[in-house]
Design a protein around this ligand. Structure first.
Ligand code: CA
Length: 221
């Protein structure tokens, strides 16, 4: 799941990026309003963490512009503790949730998963399709025979992406974007390698290959 982290405090930003990475997000970081505006419009993120105090402007303005331009991705704003006006203004500008600094990263992650779930029309931390159940909290896959398999970060991100829109064909490029941040340089055949690993768990029919187009998770098996 690709996530944009907008935070100008390098120390906080780096530590958050690494913890969000472990929680199953592939994170792009932006430290300025300008950079955030451009990335939010151009890239396909599933969620944004947006600090309001940025060196070249306010995160609120970034958010307002996105909403005006029809960028509807879920946004969680980071506000100063006790600043209720920031929270109100943020929600009015189109934020989906807020968190006051300082906060526990666990709470940030839980809230992010919640706004992503809501944006996908789900209420639970489980993605259930046919015989398969993906547990976001445990990053594990449960089969209908009761067995549970814990997934590596990349396996989880890939499967979550495919299962979030069953029946839809994802191109290799789209999957790469959801799996890796702009700074990563994965090799060309990495998606194929991970699809092979997932097929061993899910059975060969569950993820099909559309030649020249990409991969899809079949909701009918
Ligand atoms: Ca700041």
């Amino acid at each position: 799941m690709r996530l944009l982290l907008v935070e100008d405090d390098r120390l906080l930003g780096d530590s958050l990026a690494s913890q969000l990475g472990k929680a199953g997000f592939s994170v792009d970081s932006a430290g300025t309003a300008r950079e955030a505006s451009v990335l939010g419009e151009q890239e396909d993120y599933r969620a944004v963490v947006l600090d309001l105090g940025l060196p070249d402007g306010s995160g609120l303005e970034v958010l307002r512009k996105w909403r005006q331009k029809g960028v509807h991705l879920p946004v969680l704003i980071l506000t100063a503790r006790g600043d209720w006006q920031d929270k109100v203004n943020g929600l009015k500008a189109g934020a989906d949730d807020y968190l006051a600094k300082p906060f526990q990263t666990e709470e940030l992650i839980a809230r992010l998963y919640a706004i992503v779930r809501r944006s996908e029309g789900r209420g639970q931390a489980l993605v259930r399709i046919g015989r398969f159940e993906l547990d976001e909290n445990r990053q594990s896959l449960r089969l209908d025979d009761g067995t549970e398999h814990s997934l590596t970060g990349t396996e989880f991100r890939l499967l979550r992406c495919l299962m979030s829109r069953p029946g839809q064909v994802f191109s290799k490029e789209q999957l790469m974007e959801q799996l890796y941040s702009l700074n990563d340089n994965p090799s060309d055949n990495v998606i194929e390698a991970y699809i092979r690993r997932l097929r061993k768990l899910l059975g060969p029919e569950t993820i099909s290959t559309r030649r020249g187009q990409g991969y899809r998770f079949n909701d009918t098996v």
